[in-house]
Ligand binder design. Structure first.
Ligand SMILES: Cc1cc2nc3c(=O)[nH]c(=O)nc-3n(C[C@H](O)[C@H](O)[C@H](O)COP(=O)(O)O)c2cc1C
Length: 162
């Protein structure tokens, strides 16, 4: 027996990841998101949905580049912090270690075991959020989670989710 649930429902669980980016003056920022999905085999494309009011929004719109940093359960407080303060008011990455990405101009968040370097190929606004479609140019993975064939052993990664 099924009854109507509210259409306000989201698909759950959703992964909680950190999106990092760099503005045209070289200032880095990062925010947490839950609205993310794989959308293409070849090229590999990931979509992320960001409200236009987020400070990161204009950075990604202008630079056309972002990094998807996979967060683990151990990073819950960092994800809360990056998802509740704005780069408009503070340098959120001041005490968070980063490394420059290789193929794009953005920071990788070191504490995240997997980082996807992405370049925006399209942007749509189907509803409240702008959806950035990013082609995956490079993937970095902590060697302890890499299989011999360079695939990622996701079973070993304790992904943070809702
Ligand atoms: C777990 C979590 C998930 C979030 N998911 C999204 C999301 O999918 N899209 C979005 O625009 N904001 C999302 N937010 C809110 C932003 O991370 C938050 O507003 C952040 O402070 C924006 O930072 P910025 O202004 O520096 O860009 C989420 C926050 C948290 C804690």
């Amino acid at each position: 027996m099924k009854k109507d649930a509210t259409t306000n429902s989201f698909i759950n669980p959703e992964p909680h990841v950190i999106i990092s980016c760099r503005d045209k003056d070289g200032r880095d920022n990062a925010l947490s998101i839950g609205f993310i999905a794989n959308v293409s085999f070849n090229p590999r494309i990931i979509m992320i949905a960001i409200l236009h009011t987020r400070y990161s929004h204009h950075i990604i719109k202008e630079s056309g580049e972002f990094v998807v940093n996979i967060a683990t359960e151990e990073l819950k407080s960092e994800v809360e912090y990056l998802g509740s303060t704005s780069g408009r008011d503070t340098n959120k990455l001041e005490n968070i270690s980063t490394t420059d990405a290789t193929l794009i101009n953005a920071p990788l968040i070191d504490m995240c075991p997997v980082n996807f370097e992405c370049r925006v190929v399209e942007c749509l606004k189907p509803g409240t959020h702008d959806v950035f479609f990013g082609e995956v140019l490079k993937v970095h993975c902590d060697e302890k989670y890499l299989n011999n064939n360079k695939s990622i052993n996701w079973d070993k990664i304790n992904i943070l989710h809702s």
